[in-house]
Write a protein that binds this ligand. Structure first.
Ligand code: SF4
Length: 654
C-alpha cells in the first residue's frame, strides 16, 4: 500500500446490514487523490443511471482528504458526496471540524452507504469494529443533542467524532445538510435528506490508526515555512473601518489584484464576517433577493452586522483540525433558548441579513444556531425566505397562507417564525422546506421569477454581477450554485501562475470593465480555479488556506511529501481535470443536460440594476460558459466531455 492514504474504504449496505472493507488500488489515488476525487470515482462506479436521489440506489459517501493527518496544515476538511436531491446531479458538501481525521483514524479514506435501513440506525466504529446500532432514541433530536448523546456512550479509547443529521434531514428537507463538531455544517447540495432517506442518523467514529507519511522531515519543513506566513499578523483596524474599505473599492475606477495575505489577516482577526460590510459596499453581497443594492442596505443598516458585533460575542476561537489560523469562534448568546453558537459565517449573516434587509443581529445569531441544530443550510434557508417575502410582496402568497405572518422585508420576528415553520414542515413551511425552486413549482403564479438559484441551488452571497467569474461556476459546475470553486478574485488569490507555466498573471491595477470581457484568458482562469479546487478538495484542504497563494500553502509539495510521489504541479492539475470531468460525466449519466442548467437572470444582470454598486452591469454568461467548457476539452455547445477527453483521462463513457 502507498503512503499518505489508508488504501481502503468501508462499504455499508443499509438494506442488508452487510458491512465490508474494500481495498482501493494505489492507481485510483494516483488518478483521483482522495476526498472529492475518491468520492467521484466511487459514485461514478456505483450509482446507476437515473437513480432516485432519495432511493436506496443512491450512494452516500463520507470522505477524508489525502493530506489529512499527515502533518500538513489546513487539511482537516471532510466531504459528504452523493447524488443531490436538490439539483438531481452531482452533490458534494465540504466541512471543517474534526471528522476528517476520525475517518482516517478508523483506517479508512471513505465510508460509503447504499440501501435503506428498516428503522433509524447509526454507524458505530470503535477500535476497528464497525456495527450498525439502533438510533430510535436519537431520531428527532437536534444535531448538538445527537452528538452529545453519542459521545456520552463512548466505549473506545479515542474520543468519538460524530457526523449526524437533525430534524430537517429526517424530514427529507431538500436543503438539509450534515453536522459535526456541535453544529458545523456540510450544508450544501441537500445531502442531509439523502442520509434521512436511508434512515441513517449518524456516524460515530473512534480509532487510533496513524496515517503513513513517506517523507516526514520534508513534511515538517514545508509546514513550518507555511506556518510563518499564517502567523504574520500586523496591527489592524477596527471592524467599523471595513465599511470605508468597501466603499473605496466601489468608488475606485480600477480593480486591484488581491493578494490573499490581506484576507488572511482579516480572517485571523474576525473570521469570514470580516467581509460583511466590505462586500455589501463593493457590490459583492446580493441584497433584497438580488433585486436590491448596497443603497438598500447602506452603512446605517449594515453597521448592525459589522465584524466587531460578532467578535464581541466570541468567547473562544475555533480551529478545524490541523488549522494554524482558526477563523471560527464560539459565541455566547444573550437572548433566546441557546447559550452558545458557532460564530455565524459571512454567508449566513448575509443570507439572513442583507438578502432579507434584516438588520437585527440577535435574530441572525439565533437563526444560525437554530438552523445548525436542525441541520438545515443557512444559505438555502435565507434564499428561500427571500423568495417567500417577494412572493408575499407580489400577492402570490397572503397572510392566510403564512398563518398570519406579515412577511415583509426586514421583519425579523416573521423571518424567525417562518424558519421555525420550515424546520417543522408546518403550513407554508412544508412547501418552503424543499427550497425556492421546488416551492415555486408548487406555488406557480409567476413565483418562479423570484427563486434565485443556479441549477436549483439557492445562490450564495457573492454577486456575479460584481465578479462574473462566480457566475461561470454558478451555472456550469457539475455542482452548480456554489461559491467554493472559483471567481476572478479567487484566481488572483490562488496565485497559481507562480508555480504553473503558461497561466495569465493579472495586472495589479486594471480597468473594471476588463472583468466583463469574454476572452480566452477568462476561460483559463475559471478552468484553473475548478481544477485546483478539485486538488484541494482531494487533499482535504481548506479554501481559505488556498487563498494565501500556491507558493505559501504548498498543496502540491505536501502531497509529494505525504505519498512519496514526485509529481509536478502540472500533473496534479491533470488530476484536477480528471475529477472535474468524471463529475460532469456523472451528471450526464444521471440525465442532466448541462446546457439546460439555469442561472437566474438577476445573477447575470438581466435586466441590469438601475442604481448601486452593480449599476448597469450585465454578464455574457453563455459565451463565458461555452469557452469554459471548451477549455476543459468538452463540447462548447452541450457541455458534454468529448470522447477524446474522456479517453485521455481514462474515464468510461457515461
Ligand atoms: S481557516 Fe477556518 S475553515 Fe479553514 S481550516 Fe481553518 S478554521 Fe477551518
Amino acid at each position: 500500500m502507498g503512503q499518505g492514504f489508508m488504501g481502503k474504504v468501508l462499504m455499508v449496505d443499509l438494506s442488508t446490514g452487510k458491512i465490508r472493507d474494500e481495498i482501493v488500488p494505489d492507481k485510483v489515488y494516483e488518478d483521483y487523490l482522495s476526498g472529492m476525487g475518491l468520492g467521484a470515482y466511487m459514485l461514478y462506479k456505483h450509482i446507476p443511471p437515473d437513480a432516485d436521489p432519495l432511493g436506496p440506489e443512491n450512494m452516500l459517501g463520507f470522505v477524508s482528504g489525502l493530506l489529512t493527518g499527515t502533518g500538513s496544515l489546513f487539511t482537516g476538511r471532510w466531504m459528504v458526496v452523493g447524488k443531490s436531491p436538490l439539483t438531481h446531479g452531482w452533490g458534494d458538501s465540504n466541512c471543517g471540524g474534526n471528522f476528517s481525521p476520525a475517518i482516517k483514524r478508523c483506517g479508512y479514506d471513505g465510508i460509503f452507504f447504499t440501501g435503506k435501513a428498516e428503522k433509524p440506525v447509526y454507524l458505530n466504529i470503535v477500535d476497528g469494529k464497525a456495527t450498525l446500532e439502533d438510533a430510535s432514541d436519537l431520531w428527532g433530536k437536534d444535531t448538538v443533542e445527537t452528538e452529545q448523546m453519542l459521545i456520552s456512550r463512548a466505549t473506545g479509547k479515542a474520543k468519538p467524532r460524530v457526523a449526524c443529521i437533525g430534524p430537517a434531514g429526517e424530514k427529507l428537507s431538500l436543503i438539509s445538510g450534515v453536522s459535526n463538531d456541535g453544529g458545523r455544517m456540510a450544508a450544501r447540495s441537500g445531502l442531509g435528506a439523502v442520509m434521512g432517506s436511508k434512515n441513517l442518523k449518524a456516524l460515530c467514529l473512534s480509532g487510533n490508526v496513524k496515517t503513513p507519511v513517506a517523507n516526514k522531515a520534508r513534511m515538517k519543513e514545508l509546514s513550518a515555512a507555511c506556518n510563518k506566513w499564517v502567523q504574520f499578523q500586523p496591527p489592524f483596524l477596527p471592524g467599523t473601518a471595513t465599511f470605508p474599505v468597501g466603499a473605496l473599492l466601489r468608488i475606485l475606477p480600477t480593480g486591484m489584484a488581491q493578494d490573499g495575505m490581506l484576507y488572511k489577516v482579516m480572517l485571523k482577526k474576525w473570521g469570514t464576517v470580516s467581509m460583511n460590510q466590505v462586500s455589501i459596499e463593493m457590490g459583492d453581497s446580493p441584497i433584497k433577493n438580488w433585486k436590491g443594492t448596497n443603497l438598500d442596505f447602506g452603512p446605517l443598516k449594515s453597521f448592525s452586522v459589522n465584524p466587531d458585533v460578532f467578535t464581541k460575542a466570541e468567547t473562544k476561537k475555533y480551529f478545524c483540525f490541523s488549522c494554524p489560523l482558526g477563523c471560527g469562534g464560539i459565541c455566547k448568546l444573550n437572548k433566546g433558548p441557546f447559550s452558545h453558537t458557532h460564530k455565524p459565517e459571512y454567508e449566513t449573516v448575509l443570507a439572513l441579513g442583507g438578502l432579507l434587509l434584516n438588520e437585527d443581529a440577535d435574530s441572525i445569531f439565533y437563526l444560525n444556531e437554530l438552523l445548525n441544530r436542525a441541520g438545515m443550510d443557512t444559505i438555502s434557508a435565507g434564499g428561500t425566505v427571500a423568495f417567500a417575502i417577494e412572493c408575499y410582496e407580489k400577492g402570490i402568497i397572503s397572510a392566510k397562507d403564512t398563518g398570519g405572518l406579515a412577511l415583509t422585508w426586514g421583519n425579523s420576528e416573521a423571518i424567525i417564525e417562518l424558519v421555525e415553520k420550515m424546520i417543522r414542515r408546518e403550513g407554508i413551511g412544508d412547501i418552503l422546506a424543499d427550497g425556492a425552486k421546488s416551492a415555486a413549482q408548487l406555488l406557480k403564479g409567476g413565483s418562479e421569477n423570484f427563486a434565485v438559484t443556479g441549477g436549483g441551488h439557492e445562490l450564495p452571497m457573492h454577486d456575479s454581477r460584481n465578479d462574473p467569474g462566480f457566475g461561470v461556476h454558478y451555472k456550469a459546475e457539475p455542482s452548480p450554485g456554489k461559491h467554493t470553486i472559483g471567481s476572478y478574485l479567487y484566481y488572483e488569490m490562488f496565485q497559481l501562475w507562480k508555480v504553473l507555466k503558461g497561466l495569465p498573471k493579472p495586472w495589479l491595477f486594471y480597468p473594471k470593465g476588463v472583468k466583463y470581457k469574454t476572452g480566452r484568458d477568462k476561460a483559463v482562469m475559471s478552468k484553473t480555479c475548478s481544477t485546483y479546487m478539485n486538488v484541494v478538495n482531494g487533499s482535504g484542504g481548506c479554501m481559505f488556506g488556498a487563498f494565501l497563494g500556491a507558493k505559501r500553502i504548498p498543496f502540491f509539495d505536501w502531497i509529494n511529501a505525504a505519498t512519496g510521489w514526485n509529481k509536478t504541479p502540472e500533473q496534479y492539475m491533470e488530476i484536477g481535470e480528471r475529477i472535474q470531468t468524471i463529475r460532469q460525466a456523472f451528471n450526464l449519466r444521471q440525465g442532466i443536460k448541462p446546457k439546460e442548467v439555469e442561472l437566474h437572470d438577476r445573477a447575470v444582470g438581466r435586466p441590469p440594476l438601475c442604481r448601486g454598486a452593480n449599476k448597469g452591469r450585465s454578464v455574457d454568461i453563455e459565451t463565458l460558459v461555452a469557452n469554459y467548457w471548451e477549455e476543459f476539452g468538452w463540447d462548447r455547445a452541450t457541455g458534454n466531455p468529448t470522447p477524446a477527453t474522456l479517453s485521455k483521462l481514462g474515464i468510461e463513457q457515461p
